[in-house]
Design a protein around this ligand. Structure first.
Ligand SMILES: *Cc1c(COP(=O)(O)O)cnc(C)c1O
Length: 397
């Protein structure tokens, strides 16, 4: 009964529990089908409605829909004026896109170490890494817990930097009782199926600054405008438009926007369930020796995209890899978020070396992401906890 599945025992679960999954219901499907039968498949009324609704939800003046969260970061770097020779500071414990967006613009990502408690970027290390070339900071609200926004904004003001918050994990999160989305210069979101709401692929950028808003809109559609106030030559007629910048086709479709609106209608329920699950994990897992639970700052309210635990490796006979494989064998879809960005071969080729961010590197050796998504049942949560207990008990010294 208690033989580990990896040693030939019966797995605790018969079916595999993924670490994340979307929740799309019949109502969502209906909204998408309506658009498919309408006149507009791309950039129609649903895009405008989604942007308006999203801006209202996060409390921002402007929202720009875009093809995905990576394109959102790319557009944000463009709007911030990042160009060749510029340095931009970000966290190594994030998805590669948070740093790749700087490279797209010809800039250089600089990695600041993380705070070993919150795993978010360490503000003091950010300040140490500022040079004359630094133009922007891209903090990431890792797992859904907001970074210290006041601290980041203070440094940005002191050195004249733009702040681009990668909020791919933190839709609906709150910092000092205010929603993430209007607290820095530019905030970016992702609607990949593992995130809080989904449009298949999709993203959103929010800002309160009209100039940034206009640049973001231009970038999303080839750098082309029909806006008479922006034209540099005389309006030659009703067909006339001008390309003012080198932009991309990063547009979201109306089909996706319809799904996005329908999903946004359910965001409060999604967030409530995510927070409930995190609380249950906290309660149940604190009794299992050998793990460090996620630390939460008192001034913020996480959106709980991920539940990341740390193994106290000194207490076990084996390493993280063996424990990870044993958890997987029990049909629990554990994961690791993230491999430090500069470990990737592409970044090595650019000259980044191990040793840059010691706290991030140590954390990476010890973390495991447990399944967390609104559609999880209480029974699923219990399975995860029982498996953790079973596996860690077996391997504990
Ligand atoms: C998901 C994610 C992105 C990229 O979003 P896509 O929509 O997949 O392009 C960027 N940054 C972080 C931290 C993410 O988790």
């Amino acid at each position: 009964m208690n033989t580990l599945a990896i040693n030939g025992g019966k797995p605790v679960r018969d079916t595999y529990l993924p670490y994340a999954q979307q929740w799309v219901d019949e109502e969502d499907v209906g909204e998408v089908v309506k658009v498919l039968k309408s006149d507009f498949l791309t950039t129609g009324p649903k895009i405008e409605e989604f942007e308006k609704r999203f801006a209202d939800y996060v409390g921002a003046k402007y929202a720009v829909s875009i093809s995905n969260g990576t394109a959102a970061l790319h557009a944000a770097c463009f709007a911030a004026g990042i160009k060749e020779g510029d340095e931009v500071i970000t966290s190594p414990i994030t998805f590669a896109a948070s740093a790749n967006c700087v490279l797209y613009q010809g800039g250089k990502p600089i990695f600041a170490d993380i705070d070993p408690k919150t795993y978010n970027i360490d503000i003091e290390d950010v300040e140490r890494k500022i040079t004359k070339k630094t133009k922007a900071i891209i903090p990431v609200d890792f797992t859904g817990q907001p970074v210290d926004i006041d601290g980041i904004n203070e440094i940005a003001k002191k050195y004249g930097l733009v702040v681009i918050e990668d909020a791919a994990h933190s839709l609906g999160a709150e910092y000092k009782s205010k929603k993430i989305g209007s607290l820095v210069d530019i905030t970016t979101f992702s609607f990949h199926p593992v995130k809080h709401i989904t449009t298949g692929e999709g993203g959103m950028i929010t800002t309160n600054d009209e100039k940034l808003y206009n640049k973001l809109k231009l970038f999303r559609t080839h750098g082309i405008t029909r806006d008479k106030e922006m034209l540099q030559n005389k309006d030659e007629g009703p067909w006339f438009y001008e390309q003012l910048e080198l932009g991309y086709n990063y547009r979201m479709t109306d089909i996706q926007a319809a799904l996005g609106i329908s999903q946004l209608n359910k965001i409060n329920g999604f967030l409530k369930r995510r927070r409930e699950i995190a609380k249950k994990y906290d309660e149940y897992l604190k009794n299992i020796d050998g793990i460090i639970l996620p630390y939460q700052e008192s001034f913020s309210k996480s959106a709980w995209h991920l539940y990341v635990i740390q193994l106290e490796l000194e207490k076990f006979k084996v390493g993280r890899k063996e424990i990870f494989e044993a958890l997987q064998a029990e049909n629990i879809g554990v994961n690791v978020h993230y491999i430090p960005v500069y470990y990737h071969p592409y970044y090595k080729r650019l000259g980044y070396e191990k040793g840059l961010c010691p706290n991030a590197e140590k954390l990476y050796e010890r973390i495991i992401t447990l399944p967390l998504y609104p559609k999880m049942k209480d029974k699923d949560i219990e399975d995860v906890v029982n498996v953790m207990d079973k596996v860690l008990k077996y391997y504990r010294r």
